[in-house]
Design a protein around this ligand. Structure first.
Ligand SMILES: [Ca+2]
Length: 521
């Protein structure tokens, strides 16, 4: 009997061991004692969750289809590095969180932030990951507040020296190093490959990883990077100013930017863009893939009096001026213009420029004039320059060690112009041996109809560039066959073509099917 009991006990233990995933809850708790010599690290919370939980609703920087997701079993570690009292007397620390799935795929992903950060987003890895965020694929995922706590666009932390440096570039590097050590400790071996993916501020951080930390990551996905907000702000306001000059005024005498064109006029413009450019990619499908097509507002000017269905000469001129971007008194382009695309009258998310005037980070743009020289001069203040990632283009350490870099940008993005990312990509290409070399490790994808980092009434904004960069890094398989789909067009697919190519209809076969499109210049 005693023997039978012992056998039973062994069986129970075996069952418990089987039911207990590896590394599991106990391993999660054991990270409490994790220390790195010389690092002021606090582990503030350890939380193991069984499979089937759902992530919290997406907050700033945590974009993704969070609510419908069922997460795998994971250990979440929350922590803080370098807790201190700042030069402004306020408390600071670099907050971070890392999710460590039981069923680990051997990979590490750092998730980029959003806006001015200031919060630790749920480490999910949803950016450019199609329908399956990184955590669900088995990546260990880390996020960080980059060194300050804050909400919205309160930028007061930028006046505290170390906090500004942390937001600008130091915190992401520090968190990357530390997270890799936690991963190695938890699983008993380091991650085989490391990735970074983010959009907007997260895109800027991705660029940092190729420019300032070129040995840290094997693959980086950069979406709509906030690479020089000091200049994009001038570009945004420039469009509003051009429209304000012809806009009706409110009761307080302030121009109402979004009424420079009536709803009917906005439709006329969008229809005009489609009439002039939709078929330039071989298919009249509501998506303008051939961004070389130049929409000309002048072709929409009324032949007689202004009526619905055509534009006044002043409206056409304002569009041309606004979307052409600001130039200084010497004729130098201070910020590229914005492309004419089908999402420029968007009302969802950050409104398109035709519904603009609503400055995303401050009061509405009501000016009817702009001293571009003075603004360009002011943009060069050291604090604003600190966060610029548009200058450094030679990525030889990153590329020579096999790093792969993918960019994506919505053509209808009203905040940061896709043209500015094109400009960086072309300068980066020139600085790294030209297109014949750079195509071996970097690509840029333009997404027609897409707003800032996602969304749009007519766009295919679901695509898996995370999987693409993994395949490129680990299998040497270049991202030539990435497919985009989207809620706006159920059943439709298109290939993602690397700039300067675009998805072009072959001329026969189902126009809904991506297979019937090819990449052409
Ligand atoms: Ca088309």
């Amino acid at each position: 009997m005693r023997v039978e009991l012992s056998a039973f006990a062994v069986l129970l233990l075996a069952c418990a061991a089987t039911a207990q995933p590896t590394p599991g809850a106990a391993a999660c708790t054991s990270l409490k004692a994790f220390k790195v010599p010389g690092v002021a690290l606090e582990i503030t919370k350890l939380d193991w969750r069984a499979a089937g939980s759902t992530p919290p609703p997406a907050g700033p920087g945590g974009a993704g289809p969070a609510s419908a997701l069922k997460l795998p079993a994971y250990c979440r570690v929350d922590g803080a590095i370098d807790r201190r009292t700042g030069g402004d007397g306020k408390p600071y620390a670099i907050g971070f969180a890392i999710t460590l799935p039981d069923n680990w795929n051997g990979r590490f992903l750092q998730q980029g932030g959003g806006g001015l950060n200031g919060n630790v987003a749920f480490p999910l890895g949803a950016a450019a990951a199609g329908a399956t965020p990184a955590l669900l694929r088995g990546f260990a995922v880390v996020t960080t507040d980059t060194g300050h706590a804050g909400t919205g666009f309160d930028s007061s932390f930028m006046r505290e020296q170390q906090s500004a440096l942390d937001f600008a570039y130091q915190a992401v590097g520090r968190v990357a190093s530390l997270a890799k050590l936690i991963v190695a400790q938890y699983y008993g071996r380091p991650a085989a490959h490391s990735y970074f993916a983010g959009c907007s501020t997260g895109g800027r951080e991705g660029m940092l990883m190729t420019e300032r930390y070129p040995t840290y990551f094997d693959g980086v996905v950069v979406g709509a990077p906030a690479m020089r907000t000091n200049f994009s702000g001038i570009g945004d306001e420039w469009v509003a100013v051009a429209l304000n000059q012809i806009a009706p005024k409110d009761a307080n005498g302030r121009p109402v930017t979004r009424q420079a064109l009536s709803d009917s006029d906005k439709k006329t413009v969008i229809d005009g863009i489609l009439n002039q450019c939709d078929a330039a990619d071989g298919a009249k499908d509501g998506l303008v893939f051939n961004t070389k097509c130049r929409f000309d507002p002048k072709l929409l000017v009324c032949k007689g009096p202004k009526v619905d269905g055509c534009l006044s000469a002043e409206q056409a001129a304002a569009l041309e001026k606004g979307f052409g971007g600001p130039k200084d008194s010497k004729g130098r382009q201070v910020y590229p213009g914005f492309p004419f695309d089908t999402g420029i009258a968007a009302t969802q998310g950050i409104p398109g420029h035709l519904n603009g005037g609503l400055n995303p980070v401050g009061p509405p743009f009501t000016a009817t004039g702009m001293d571009v020289d003075a603004r360009a001069e002011a943009a060069l203040n050291p604090n604003a320059m600190l966060t610029m990632t548009s200058g450094w283009t030679d990525l030889n350490t990153f590329s020579n060690r096999g790093g792969k870099l993918l960019f994506y940008h919505g053509v209808s993005d009203p905040w940061f112009s896709a043209n500015d990312t094109i400009d960086y990509y072309e300068r980066m290409t020139a600085a790294n041996g030209g297109a014949s070399q750079v195509k071996n490790w970097s690509r840029l994808y333009l997404v027609p109809g897409m707003g800032h980092c996602g969304g749009g009434a007519a766009t295919l904004d679901t695509f898996d560039l995370l999987g693409a960069v993994v395949d490129w890094v680990e299998k040497g398989s270049a991202p030539d066959n990435v497919i985009a789909t989207g809620r706006a067009f159920p059943g439709r697919s298109r290939p993602m073509c690397a700039y300067p190519q675009h998805a072009h209809y072959k001329g026969s076969g189902d126009v809904e099917t991506g297979n019937n499109f090819e990449c052409r210049e």
